[in-house]
Design a protein around this ligand. Structure first.
Ligand SMILES: O=C(O)CCC(=O)C(=O)O
Ligand SMILES: [Fe+2]
Length: 334
């Protein structure tokens, strides 16, 4: 793995405050209170006492981000040292974990004369040009994943931290990249060189839903791992450059074992769950060729800060960036 970076906006931008339904810029308490005074008032945060809970949340989140590198290495090392793998075979992605329909799709995409129209014939469902679903993991794999990893998933660790880096890398490079090359070329679909993968959990009494957002990714794969819940549909709008009033949203109901592949910059959210438990495996795939030109989180040329692991998928490869400027539009403009 080469060197990867985050953009310095990681420490100032996109602080999600659920109570305000807001992704905020947070540079200091004073700046935050000034910049968002109207929103705070609208939500009834009119006293210093009430705003304190929001400020504490922001301070904690900033601390978490600043400590992410060492915490990642520490947790990964502890798990490697202390956890006895009961089923080591599930850490490597094998074809038998994947549905035959999905394998046929990937094989088709690998053909040199494969076309977008051809890919469409293999997809389980499509909704306009916007997103695509298809079979992905089989039930056996999902069963093993939960049987073994339920306790780690509860801790909200990333897949890389619990030992699935090779697994997700294989998924990205040997499978998803072939499909994304054809479907999302303008997002660097054929050059997905890093990822961030994690499992989201929704449960009544805990997290119910997820606000309207775009991902810090060029291409996202979202695989449903459970079917014992009600509500919790995914909804999609348009690309992030299209204002909300001009957007018509469409709803997608997750299907157990089925993955949704979409552009990271495609706005989406999750509706509230009413009962049961919903887990989805989210894989954010990054293309440094695209994001090195423009950080999708602050819309500026990335200001690189060295980090551990894949960071946010930026690289300092100047030559690569120069090459691509002649050949690709950035994803956010599509
Ligand atoms: O809940 C879902 O299915 C979507 C989650 C999501 O969009 C995300 O984590 O970025
Ligand atoms: Fe998302």
């Amino acid at each position: 793995m080469g060197d990867f970076y985050v953009c310095s906006c990681f420490y100032t931008h996109n602080f999600y405050i659920k109570e305000l339904g807001l992704h905020a810029i947070y540079i200091s308490n004073e700046q935050f209170l000034n910049q968002y005074s109207k929103v705070l008032k609208q939500h009834g945060y009119s006293t210093a006492e009430r705003t304190q809970s929001i400020l504490s949340q922001l301070e904690n989140e900033l601390q978490r981000r600043e400590n992410l590198g060492p915490a990642f290495l520490h947790r990964k090392a502890v798990i490697r040292e202390k956890y006895k793998m009961l089923h080591p075979e599930i850490f490597q992605l094998k074809t038998e974990f994947l549905q035959p329909e999905f394998l046929n799709l990937v094989n088709y995409c690998k053909e040199s004369d494969a076309t977008v129209d051809g890919v469409m014939l293999y997809l389980e469902e499509t909704q306009g040009y916007i997103y695509i679903t298809f079979f992905s993991f089989g039930p056996l794999y999902i069963f093993m994943l939960f049987g073994i990893y339920g306790h780690f998933l509860f801790l909200q660790l990333s897949m890389d931290e619990i030992g699935f880096n090779d697994f997700i890398t294989t998924l990205r490079v040997e499978y998803m990249q072939h499909i994304a090359r054809l479907l999302f070329p303008e997002c660097g679909g054929g050059n997905l060189d890093s990822h961030k993968a994690f499992i989201v959990k929704y449960k009544v009494g805990e997290d119910l839903d997820l606000g309207y957002h775009y991902d810090n990714a060029e291409v996202t794969l979202n695989v449903s791992l459970t079917d014992s819940y009600q509500g919790g549909s995914l909804y999609f709008g348009d690309m992030r450059t299209v204002p909300l009033p001009d957007t018509e949203c469409s709803e997608y109901n997750h299907v157990y074992g089925v993955g949704v592949l979409h552009r990271g910059q495609h706005m989406h959210g999750a509706l509230p769950i009413y009962s049961g438990l919903r887990y989805n495996l989210i894989t954010w795939m990054r293309s440094s060729k695209i994001r090195n030109q423009l950080c999708p989180m602050c819309n500026n040329k990335p200001d690189l800060v060295k980090t551990v692991g894949y960071g946010d998928g930026f690289t300092s490869d100047v030559q690569q960036t120069a090459d691509v400027q002649q050949t690709a539009d950035v994803c956010s403009l599509t």
